[in-house]
Write a new protein. Structure first.
Length: 306
């Protein structure tokens, strides 16, 4: 009797077609939202594959939905924690930056403030030789040889440093003192007398600055060099070069002569450099620059507490 073939095992039916949930992440830090899977027709019962086929039973749609909701909820909680943690870090970082900025601002507080030197009424303390020539060597640049100070003088007799109509002009402008010194140039080839006249106010100093040049050009007055011992007579000769300027109520000047007594050429580069060093760098920049500043209140208090 022929053997009949066994009937084929029916393939299990496929689960209903559907799409994966769409997950959206709102912009304000809320948990994830999900779009539910399409609803299944109520009339269709769940399908179970025949026994012995080895095909697992499909998971009911409600179970899928619960798993997705659990997964999405967990992701939402993690996202919320991450956002909160980042916000906390940014807040702490901003607070730390603020504290550091305030600390840096405190460290950068000025140690000096401007001081009024526009008149002798505001700037009452007289000059001293120690103030104008604090050391026996005047250093202009750290890597260059210094000017050597040979002699200094502080006097209330402004005529000691001038002659002719310049003396009269400064007397009219209330000159109360002159502080001057004689120096030797770094190369030894020039003698220098330089100093500061203490006038009543800035208007008088500027007036003197304008009026002195025609007097010098017409040989109606001059600034006097100060002899400072043997070998320095040349600084008092009429062949010297001279320059002057103002800052506040002060008139500064400089007389330059060759140490060998020869005339100083108009374009002599050494003489011009000396005039700049003494007038601009030393007197106006260093000496009167210090006069024009005062310790800041906090710095002065800290210094007094030491």
């Amino acid at each position: 009797m022929p053997t009949l073939p066994e009937p084929p095992v029916p393939a299990p039916p496929s689960p209903p077609a559907g799409r994966s949930p769409d997950i959206a992440f709102p912009q304000h830090g809320a948990g994830p939202e999900s779009t539910p899977a399409p609803a299944v027709a109520a009339a269709r019962p769940p399908v179970t594959p025949p026994a012995g086929t080895g095909v697992p039973a499909p998971v009911p749609l409600d179970e899928h939905k619960r798993r997705w909701q659990l997964l999405i909820g967990s992701l939402g909680a993690l996202m919320l924690l991450a956002v909160c943690g980042l916000s906390s870090f940014l807040i702490v970082a901003d607070e730390r930056k603020g504290r550091e900025a305030r600390a840096a601002g405190a460290k950068a507080a000025p140690t000096a403030v401007p001081r009024d030197i526009s008149s002798r009424a505001a700037d009452t303390a007289p000059l001293s030789a120690q103030e104008v020539f604090p050391t026996r060597e005047i250093v202009i640049k750290a890597n260059e040889a210094p000017y050597r100070v040979l002699k200094t003088q502080a006097t209330r007799n402004c005529k000691a440093a001038t002659s002719g109509e310049i003396s009269d002009l400064l007397a009219e402008l209330g000159c109360s003192q002159v502080v001057r010194g004689t120096l030797r140039s770094p190369n030894g080839g020039y003698l220098v007398t330089t100093g500061v006249f203490n006038l009543e106010d800035v208007a008088g100093a500027e007036w003197a600055h304008e009026k002195i040049k025609p007097l010098v050009d017409a040989e109606k007055g001059r600034f006097q060099g100060m002899v400072a011992g043997a070998g320095t007579d040349a600084v008092a000769l009429s062949s010297a070069q001279v320059g002057w300027h103002v800052r506040g109520h002060y008139l500064v000047y400089c007389v330059v002569a060759r140490a060998d007594g020869k005339p100083v050429a108009d374009a002599d580069p050494f003489a011009r450099q000396i005039l700049f060093d003494m007038i601009e760098v030393h007197l106006r920049g260093n000496v009167l620059g210090k006069r024009a500043t005062a310790p800041a209140p906090a710095a002065a208090t800290a210094a007094a507490a030491r």
